[in-house]
Design a protein around this ligand. Structure first.
Ligand code: PCP
Length: 378
């Protein structure tokens, strides 16, 4: 009904470009099915995600897969994953392998950049409304993996094993016809563990509404300012004014949370004056990472198309600096790799999943790399 391709069709390799199905037909007809190594690379820097999905996609096939762990910072031209096996055992899956990695890593990478901009301040994913609803789980999982501190989509959070969080929409206030009644009713009805965050921009200016919220809601935890861009002018000055007016009324413990069309630069500009951010489109609709998959070995011979590097490789990282060396597999013993660790680890061995993919661990890994990132990237 909603134009969604189901799991079984994806697992059957049919969510693919038709040229792969034709390639299979031609190769099978001519009896050609070489043993190959195909690697996934990109000219971009980013945070890897989607390796777990690729493992589930290829599970049960006579293939070996090696990959960086979800959450790893990757650099241009580094293989993030490779598949080894007979070409016809995975030809038709290239489209889905790339789609899974490109989409997940795109969202995780943008979330990482938003978190880098926010520093210690909280960032929450508000953007599931910007994409097809069937993708909410993908969006929230990867937003969290990349560094967002919370997510707002109910089902998306559940699918990712997270607890959704949120404030209130303008619709609630409009249904009551005035702010105070709406905020008080929210306070009456919601369980105590739901933070009292009042949306303070519906009818009057932010200062007026924030003061009203402070003086009418006893356990007010924060005000949310979702000031429309047509009214915004100097947003930082508006926030400073709200802060001042709440402080002089003894509400310095009430936090200020902002949302609405925010990107990295807005977050950077506002992080010293607010306590948290809701970010929607910029994370949920992040550009995909442009990964490509290329055969680099065929029957043990180095092969590569123009612009790609032949041969199976391993990457050795010095975790104290995030400096990497890309080496041709098997040449390691000639070099001093003291203090470095291989990044491409087994994920699938002869079709059996041999790695696990805990979300928290991937997020911690992603965030542990923040302090080493060059400003040009974040
Ligand atoms: C928030 C804000 C943006 C949404 C969420 C964030 O909506 O207005 O529209 O996404 P963005 O970063 O893509 O802008 P609410 O204020 O909760 O929405 P509504 O006006 O529908 O109540």
């Amino acid at each position: 009904m909603f134009g969604i391709i189901d799991d079984d069709t994806i697992l059957a390799g049919l969510s693919t470009d038709v040229y792969f199905l034709r390639t299979e037909e031609v190769l099978a007809n001519k009896g050609i099915n070489p043993n190959v190594v195909a690697e996934v690379t990109t000219p971009a820097t980013g945070i890897l995600s989607g390796v777990d999905d690729v493992a589930h996609l290829l599970k049960g096939k006579p293939l070996d897969v090696y990959a960086m762990e979800n959450g790893t910072l990757f650099y241009p031209r580094e293989p993030v994953l490779y598949v080894e096996g007979r070409y016809l055992d995975f030809a038709r899956y290239e489209t889905s392998i790339l789609g899974l990695l490109c989409h997940a890593s795109g969202i995780a990478t943008k979330a990482f950049k938003i978190k880098a901009a926010a520093g210690e301040k909280r960032v929450v994913s508000f953007g599931s409304r910007r994409q097809h609803p069937c993708l909410a789980g993908v969006i929230e999982k990867n937003a969290y993996l990349g560094g967002m501190d919370g997510v707002s989509n109910h089902a998306g959070a559940q699918l990712a094993g997270l607890q959704a969080e949120g404030t209130m929409p303008h619709a609630l206030i409009i249904c009551f016809g005035e702010q105070v009644k709406a905020w008080q009713s929210f306070d009456d009805v919601m369980p105590k563990d739901v933070p009292r965050v009042c949306l303070c921009d519906t009818y009057a200016d932010e200062k007026t509404e924030s003061v009203l919220a402070c003086t009418n809601i006893r356990d007010l935890s924060a005000v949310r300012l979702d000031t429309p861009s047509s009214r915004r002018g100097d947003f930082q000055a508006i926030v400073n004014e709200v802060r001042w007016e709440m402080d002089i009324r003894g509400c310095s413990n009430v936090e200020i949370f902002v949302s609405g069309g925010l990107d990295e630069q807005d977050v950077r500009d506002l992080r010293d004056v607010v306590d948290g951010f809701g970010v929607g489109s910029k994370v949920a609709s992040a550009p995909p990472i442009d990964f490509a998959m290329d055969i680099v070995e065929k029957e043990g011979e180095f092969v590569a198309k123009r612009g790609k590097l032949g041969g199976k490789k391993q990457i050795y990282r010095d975790w104290s600096t995030l400096d990497d060396m890309i080496l041709l597999s098997g040449t390691e013993e000639k070099l001093d790799l003291e203090g470095r660790e291989p990044l491409l680890v087994p994920v699938l061995q002869d079709g059996k999943i041999v790695a696990d993919f805990p979300l928290e661990k991937a997020r911690e890994l992603a965030l542990s790399q923040l302090k080493f990132c060059e400003e040009s990237f974040i």
